[in-house]
Design a protein around this ligand. Sequence first.
Ligand code: FPP
Length: 256
Amino acid sequence: MKDESPYVHLNEKELLEIIDSQNLPGHIAIIMDGNGRWAQNRGLPRSLGHQAGVESLKDIIKLCCDLKIKVLTVYGFSTENWKRPPEEVNSIMKLVVDYLSNEIKELCQKGVRVNPIGGLGGLPEKVRETLSMAVRQSRDNSGLIFNVALNYGGRQELTDAVCAIASSVAAGLLNVGQINTWTVSNHLYTAGQPDPDLIIRSSGVSRISNFLLWQSAYSEICITDVLWPDFKRRHLLQALADYQQRERRYGGLKLN
Ligand code: FPP
């Protein structure tokens, strides 16, 4: 969804009319980029950009529930984000805690199952406790699976999978000859879930930044110039309209 996309001028109602509800992505993944620049543009501290970003996230979760999307993955904090100043790291951690504590009831009402992914053991205790609470309270829900990627890195995820597979081989539970792509997929944090059909990155940046490296093999990628705090329902609908124009070939030839 470049900003020259034919859909950028359509409103929510017009977009809903053209979107084919039978051809929606099963799994949407989002790199919520641009919070810092959004704040900077307004002379505000970066933490307020992240806070505004949470409001966009709430909107997008609601829309995903309305559209009956099966899986939504958001990149909340990467393994590289620890390099940021401690105040910023702390503000993001606090937002995660506040967001889940305040919203878990509504998320459960909407049938959302919260599923944190990443190096969860490396997160502050308060965050781990809040994540456990959210997982426990939402575990029986059968609607949207909400993967919250925290202390997440695609390379770390693959490294963890390699270690787990190697341990199974060393323990005699698995033969090397039995290892295939399914084995690897099944050892990722997203085991059992479909790969993302659509990955959206806000703020005009065109890179994958260590996000879902294995799972993104055949994802459609949509880059929008909109900064994450400005990304609302209409922008997701634009991305979906754009996605539906893509021809997915998975390395094969055009179907029909
Ligand atoms: C990237 O924008 C954003 C992040 C690193 C943090 C995203 C976190 C949130 C939206 C809030 C908490 C998350 C959850 C799951 C409740 P940036 O800061 O790199 O933006 P910039 O490139 O403009 O500096």
